[in-house]
Design a protein around this ligand. Structure first.
Ligand SMILES: *Cc1c(COP(=O)(O)O)cnc(C)c1O
Ligand SMILES: [Zn+2]
Length: 416
């Protein structure tokens, strides 16, 4: 085969080479990419990484990319910013935001997974790429397919936010709205993928797609000065991102790029769709699928593909999981915006509010280094917060009118 990575069954360990497949035929368990770590040792060094481009392709040495692959889109390497004002409000002195609300090109962390999945789609000869999506993946596949010259077919629940619908159609993708929830859309896509020779980024290309999530973890470590944080708080939908952040930390330790350290991994879900956090909180050895009922649509997966592994990762790391209700996640969006000037979507409201709960509960210590993963942009879910604000009447463009307007305001505020 000559390649230093290939598909491996997570349970029976059978090796499958490289092909568009996500399950082991022998035991029906999911597949994951496994690397020859000795070969990686020469490629994946601090020096090579730092000499690379300032985007996720700097980590190509540990991504499942075709030989000689050159990524052209500058996806990833989003800011890791200190969050002192939010930290003060929550009682945490060493808080950071990993801000994928500004990921290129479609403003969510899904741009990372799609970048890696489309490289695999090209290599396996697909002309059409596809996905089942709760919104952000739809945007990312549509945009990058346009750029890379694939035809795109996107399947979504019909009740998606308007910005995520238009933000898919604008790229010329075929959008198929399904009268059902995400889990039903996903089941349909599995069936289609058996009949059509299409590259479904999160179905038959899922192992390749999932590796793209590791770059969030690599970046956190590099941006902290090649050091691991004490805690990370990660939103969970299918449970892939959280598992891959942990994989990225293990790889960095195994290759000696960072000092060994036990990072506590915390998961965040919306209360109206919380199969994984529920399983952790009740200490179950499985999770119970749920019917989603939350405005955090990007996290609304009731039967998460990697839910079992996500709860194992959380438990093994010594972390915990929590959830936030719809009114709480709205407050979370406002809190992050008002303290740090970052406007996140519903998923980020969940993550921010869950961080607050975890600090209050003592799961996260006040002086530990904690990274909160903000994964999507607030402009895509405007309706979640717009009703929280009223518009003042339009005033005439005259100074005197403004002076009386501001006087009324000052009187009103003083009178309160
Ligand atoms: C998809 C998504 C996630 C979580 O992804 P999984 O890997 O499926 O757990 C988190 N945040 C946002 C905004 C997303 O779109
Ligand atoms: Zn197997």
């Amino acid at each position: 085969m000559g390649e230093y990575y290939q598909l491996k069954c997570r349970e029976c360990g059978k090796l499958w080479g490289n092909e568009a497949r996500s399950f082991c035929d022998e035991c029906l368990s999911p597949l994951e990419i496994s690397y020859d770590m000795e070969a990686a040792r020469g490629k994946f060094t601090r020096k090579n990484i730092e000499a690379g481009p300032t985007n996720l392709w700097r980590y190509s040495g540990l991504l499942p990319l075709p030989e000689g692959f050159q990524g052209t889109l500058p996806t990833g390497f989003t800011p890791l910013v200190k969050a002192p004002h939010l930290g003060k409000r929550l009682g945490a002195s060493n808080l950071y935001i990993k801000n994928d609300a500004v990921c290129f090109p479609t403003l969510s962390f899904k741009d990372r997974v799609v970048a890696v999945a489309l490289a695999a789609a090209r290599r396996f000869g697909f002309k059409v790429v596809s996905c089942s999506s709760t919104g952000n993946l739809a945007n990312a596949v549509a945009a990058q397919a346009a750029r890379e010259g694939f035809d795109a077919w996107i399947f979504v629940p019909a009740d998606l936010e308007p910005a995520k619908i238009t933000g898919t159609q604008v790229f010329g993708a075929h959008l198929v709205r399904i009268a059902g929830n995400y889990d039903q859309v996903n089941r349909l896509c599995s069936q289609i993928s058996e009949k059509f020779h299409w590259g479904f980024v999160n179905v038959n290309l899922r192992p390749y797609y999932a590796e793209g999530s590791k770059t969030v973890g690599y970046e956190i470590a590099e941006q902290l000065g090649w050091r691991l944080p004490d805690n990370v708080v990660v939103p969970m939908a299918g449970g892939s991102l959280i598992s891959k952040i942990r994989k990225s930390f293990s790889e960095l330790i195994a290759l000696g790029l960072v000092e060994e350290k036990k990072v506590k991994i915390f998961g965040a879900q919306a209360t109206g769709c919380s199969p994984i956090s529920d399983s952790v909180k009740r200490n179950l050895d499985h999770f119970e699928p749920q019917k989603p009922a939350t405005i955090a649509r990007s996290l609304a997966i009731g039967n998460p593909a990697d839910g079992y592994y996500a709860s194992c990762v959380i438990r093994d790391s010594g972390g915990w999981a929590e959830d936030a209700s719809d009114p709480e996640l709205v407050k979370g969006i406002q809190l992050l915006a008002e303290t740090e000037g970052i406007f996140t979507e519903t998923a980020g409201g969940v993550t921010t509010w869950v961080t607050k709960k975890l600090i209050e509960q003592g799961h996260i210590g006040p002086h530990e280094t904690t990274v909160v993963c903000i994964t999507g942009n607030g402009l895509k879910t405007i309706d979640a917060v717009s009703q929280e604000y009223t518009l003042s009447p339009a005033i005439e463009p005259r100074l005197a009118v403004f002076e009386s307007f501001i006087n009324d305001r000052v009187v009103a505020i003083a009178g309160n």
